[in-house]
Write a protein that binds this ligand. Structure first.
Ligand code: C5P
Length: 288
């Protein structure tokens, strides 16, 4: 770990340094051909704050600017005010939270479906939004592409928004797969609803990607870097086959004091209130 000074920073917490050292050493030994990366999007690849201002999540993007009507913004904000504290409440179990999250996503998706936005609307909203990729994200994407390492972005946000954010602020490479909630459009290009099963923060262990052959095809890549900001994100790579070394990196952006102990139990490395991917990139630099 001494070789990676970023791991000793004040805002980087590691419960078991010996374990982290061993996993990183194994990843360095095995090299790029054995590695795959699975990352959440909102507040993991994207920032929680940018120069002190809170940034938009995928859903927040739709509430900025003048594209969507006021009734949408008011109702979407009211839903978040009610449900977000429940999502982040460390005193509730995941089992207790799941039905409440399904209720939130269902109401939010129904609300958006009433507005019949177009693909162009999504692009315009993203371009004018405060959603920001973390500093270092472009290097991270480009480096994974250059070394042919698959990156699965697994998000309970909105796929169409994620794709636009990445295209606008970095490059969407062909080694990247974005699994998320995608909008469905009619023949006139107006949104009518959502495709496939809903992905919310706590069902990332189920559904499309785990049932597909995505992880089967990567079974020779036994080393996984997993990046998330929620406890639900810990399950994003549950479908991965033959995993030998998994490094779980958690970004703790809110309720730091209350959640730190739990995050340190669940994530190998916990990064507090950071706007960058510096720690992840420092590890990658050693492995690649
Ligand atoms: O990418 P990720 O899986 O983290 O995206 C989900 C995030 O989007 C959640 O953390 C949740 O707080 C947020 N969200 C929102 N508005 C909704 C639904 C989810 O801001 N209607």
């Amino acid at each position: 770990m001494n070789d990676i000074p970023e791991l000793s920073l004040q805002n980087v917490r590691i419960a078991n340094p010996e374990h982290v050292t061993e996993v990183i050493q194994n990843m360095i030994r095995d090299g790029q051909n054995k590695l795959q990366v699975v990352a959440d999007f909102d507040r993991t690849l994207s920032k929680y704050t940018h120069r002190g201002q809170i940034c938009s999540t995928c859903h927040n993007v739709l509430e900025e600017g003048h594209v969507l009507p006021e009734f949408y913004k008011d109702e979407a904000r009211a839903l978040r005010d009610h449900y977000f504290p429940i999502e982040m409440n460390p005193k509730l179990t995941i089992e207790e939270k799941i039905p409440v999250m399904v209720e939130w996503w269902t109401k939010a998706h129904d609300l958006l479906s009433k507005c019949h936005i177009t693909k162009d609307d999504v692009r315009i909203m993203v371009e004018n939004s405060t959603a920001r990729l973390r500093d270092g994200c472009t290097w991270f994407f480009d480096q994974l592409q250059a070394t042919d390492i698959p990156l699965l972005i697994f998000s309970a946000g909105i796929g169409d928004v994620i794709i636009e954010v990445i295209k606008h602020q970095a490059t969407l490479h062909d080694n990247m797969k974005v699994v998320s909630n995608y909008l469905e459009y009619d023949d006139q290009g107006k949104m009518t609803g959502f495709q496939d099963e809903m992905i919310h923060v706590y069902n990332k262990n189920e559904g499309a990607i785990h049932d597909s052959d995505y992880f089967q095809k990567l079974e020779h890549r036994n080393n996984v870097i997993l990046m998330g900001d929620s406890l639900g994100d810990l399950h994003m790579a549950d479908g991965a086959v033959g995993v030998q070394n998994k490094l779980k990196i958690g970004f703790l952006n809110v309720k730091v004091e209350e959640s730190l102990e739990l995050y340190m139990k669940k994530y190998d490395i916990v990064i507090l209130e950071d706007e960058t991917l510096n720690v992840v990139n420092a590890i990658l630099r050693k492995v690649l």
